[in-house]
Design a protein around this ligand. Sequence first.
Ligand code: ARG
Length: 446
Amino acid sequence: LSKLWGGRFSKEPAPEMQAFTQSLSFDLRLAADDRAVLAAHCRALARAGLLSAADLRAVEAALDDLELRPEPGDEDVHSVVERALLQRLPEIAPRVRAGLSRNDRVAAALRRWLLREGAAVVALLADLVDTLAARAREHPDAVLPGYTHLQRAQPVRLAQHVLAHAFAFARDADRMLDALARADASPLGAGALAGSTLGLEHDPADAGFARAMPNSLDAVAARDFVAEFCAAAAICGVHLSRLGEEVVLWTSEEFGFAELSDAHATGSSLMPQKKNPDVFELARGKAGRLIGDLTGLLATLKGLPLAYNRDLQEDKEPLFDAVDTLRSMLPAVTVAMRDIAFDTENMARAAASGTLLATDLAEYLVQRGTPFKDAHEMVGRAVQAALGDGRSLAEVAAAEFGADVKDVLDARASVERRAAQSRAAAAAQLAELGDSVARIRARSAR
Ligand code: ARG
């Protein structure tokens, strides 16, 4: 039996208890990190004279290529690693757990896992930002209606619209990196909660961390590092859902602003003509699951007394799910955005029609000396007149305010007139995003 305890028990564990409390079914993926943590602990034991140099070498070599064979009844990944090591080194293995508890061990393994996997998520976000920036660069002059309240509002550049999403994803990457920097601290040495009497000197760098956690109770009890990453993942999910919703809208016949590549769309089993944006619907839908990962975890943590409680075992599945979800979602969204075709003619038509340039007209009157309140009122009446008798706003405006308003009522000229949307502004945004992505990639490649 590979239990890590049992001396004080006179009965075998009940199968129902084992089945309910086990975490092996989901924590085996921590095995590599658990082995690295155990090896670092053994080096601390050796430094304290509690493991000979030869024994340390034997343990390190064994941990390097340990074959793990989970068995029914195994409680968790730590039990499986322990049994494998015992089988391999029956003389030495019983010494290696001195001063190490599963409480500091699991916290250290999970932090290591997150530092690596979280960095992989960040790198995927950098790919998405790069892709969106490339798509924006392809369309420097395309103009479409911008929306507020999902009502046509004012003309915007396609590049401006696409880059708005890119900036949000760049912030998500920064948020995750900030969380990872805080997670980069070693709980080793805390033992179960109170440290040990063995005079161990743990070297955080040796276990793969930037620094040590100063407080042993905090070291085994803290899970804000998990919550922070799940929060950043949930916010990222929300951003993906907002992009997803727009692609769903834009690819509809009603909008007609974009068409997905056939490689990134799905069909209907019943309606032969259908081409569906499932990637983006799922990007929208999975935000719910990422939010659930965060809220479930926070509900688990709320009210827990110090230090370790078994409730904390519930930290892993939400974190794994959040990371797995983003690791499948981000590449799918990125390649679909790389290949989506924007219909810039439809966009231009939509931007030229209707009353999108009413604000430009009012601002033109302001420049001719009219107070804005009055200009707003005058243009509002012109819009009403145009809508009333089916004339264009341009016709009504020419009649009301003089023929030279024609120059004002051009969507492409409108965006260029605005400092926020000039070509220079787009270039500046692309440069800033390029710097962000370079910084993000450098930080995530630790
Ligand atoms: N599987 C446990 C977890 O995930 C490992 C720690 C168990 N510690 C304990 N004292 N029972 O948290």
